[in-house]
Design a protein around this ligand. Structure first.
Ligand SMILES: [Cu+2]
Length: 166
């Protein structure tokens, strides 16, 4: 009986951990000449906390640019650059970020993507719009844990009493 309750508690904790992990997504962009990146950003919702990984052959680069440099394919003032073949960005705030390939005329030919990062929309996430909701759910789950602990203690007490009776 008490072992079953402990198992239930462990299962609940594991489920909560999985739900937390699922809130942040990882997206992959296959970065090549001729990729249609306007379509990519329309079809992929990126939220704060998400990661975008560019995967590409060594002929390409991933440069992060300002909006003006992105529009003009100017790489001299890049925010960052990488040519490792796998470049990951984890977005910690909302806004639009601009990326392009610096090889040859790849940028002018369309190897560029603007990624709009939205504030997190996951329920129970870090959204500042629902602080009272988070607080009350934390309080009720603590109350639930207390109740389970009480039942556990009662179960042990009854078990002990029964053992003593025999
Ligand atoms: Cu390229």
């Amino acid at each position: 009986m008490s072992a079953a309750l402990v198992k239930a508690l462990v299962a609940l904790a594991a489920m909560a951990a999985v739900a937390e992990l699922a809130a942040a997504k990882s997206h992959t962009i296959e970065w090549s000449l001729g990729g249609n990146y306007g379509d990519w950003s329309n079809g992929n919702a990126v939220s704060v906390g998400d990661t975008v990984v560019f995967t590409y052959s060594p002929t390409h680069t991933v440069h992060e640019l300002s909006e003006a440099d992105y529009k003009a394919c100017i790489f001299g003032n890049a925010v960052s650059s990488d040519r490792s073949g796998s470049t990951a960005f984890t977005f910690d705030k909302a806004g639009t970020r601009y990326f392009a390939c610096a090889t040859g005329s790849h940028c002018a030919q369309g190897q560029k993507v603007a990624i709009t990062v939205a504030t997190s929309s996951s329920p129970g996430g870090q959204s500042p719009a629902t602080p009272s909701g988070n607080g009350s759910s934390a309080a009720s789950s603590m109350a639930g844990a207390g109740e389970l602990a009480m039942k556990l203690a009662l179960g042990l007490g009854v078990g002990g009493a029964l053992l003593a009776a025999f």
